[in-house]
Write a protein that binds this ligand. Sequence first.
Ligand SMILES: NC(=O)c1ccc[n+]([C@@H]2O[C@H](COP(=O)([O-])OP(=O)(O)OC[C@H]3O[C@@H](n4cnc5c(N)ncnc54)[C@H](OP(=O)(O)O)[C@@H]3O)[C@@H](O)[C@H]2O)c1
Length: 225
Amino acid sequence: MSERPTVVVSFAQSLDGRIATVSGDSRWISGSETLTLAHELRRDNDAILVGIGTVTRDDPELTCRLPGKRHRSPVRVVLDSRLRLPCQSRILRNAARHRTIVACLKGNTAEQRRRLEDRGATVLECRRDAHTGGVDLNDLLHRLYSLGIGSLFVEGGGRVITSFVRQRLLDRLVVVIAPLLIGTGTSAVGDIGTETLEQAIRLNPAAVRQLGRDLVWEMEFSPQS
Ligand SMILES: NC(=O)c1ccc[n+]([C@@H]2O[C@H](COP(=O)([O-])OP(=O)(O)OC[C@H]3O[C@@H](n4cnc5c(N)ncnc54)[C@H](OP(=O)(O)O)[C@@H]3O)[C@@H](O)[C@H]2O)c1
């Protein structure tokens, strides 16, 4: 495979494996101690990536906001095939101050591109992924790497995490497990083509620790299968 950034995927889930409720509510599944962990991952990586589903639901700013000294924020990357990113979203409102890349597919109009570019975002047209119909992640990662992005933090949501896991395009997984049950909702990881337990991805935890009431599992992603 072509050169790509190192990729860390992290999410906060309930005991029953949900990252959001059926209405999309995910703030906040984990406690304040683990929210700090998410900001540390933003500080420690060159870029942060989310899907347009997370932007439309949560309107995140995706900057690094840790107390004390001012930290550099990562480049923000949004997977958004059809350039739906709203003008009033926090990401677009401060795109002139924080570098922002919107990864889309071919077929959007020049006007759609200009709407985002005029606000300071960079639009990257990528190949289409045959499986999801969305942005081809290999193509995107290669392009990000050639733009100088050596490390990427993938923060969600479910569809995006699923795509990275399904294609084994990650090097590290950091999962926060909070002691609550959500029931029906958004799964942290959806269909990754696993039908038997033999095909399941088994990982070796590098560290497990408790932060407040939550457990944090850190794993190198070097699956046996
Ligand atoms: N607990 C947590 O840690 C956490 C973290 C983040 C988000 N969340 C929650 O997750 C939920 C959103 O998750 P979601 O699954 O609905 O949306 P998502 O994963 O944020 O975004 C999915 C969208 O991204 C676009 N996309 C483009 N290329 C893609 C590709 N290769 N693979 C996957 N997606 C691609 C697609 O839309 P287009 O076809 O239009 O491009 C797709 O529908 C929200 O409720 C949010 O609160 C939870």
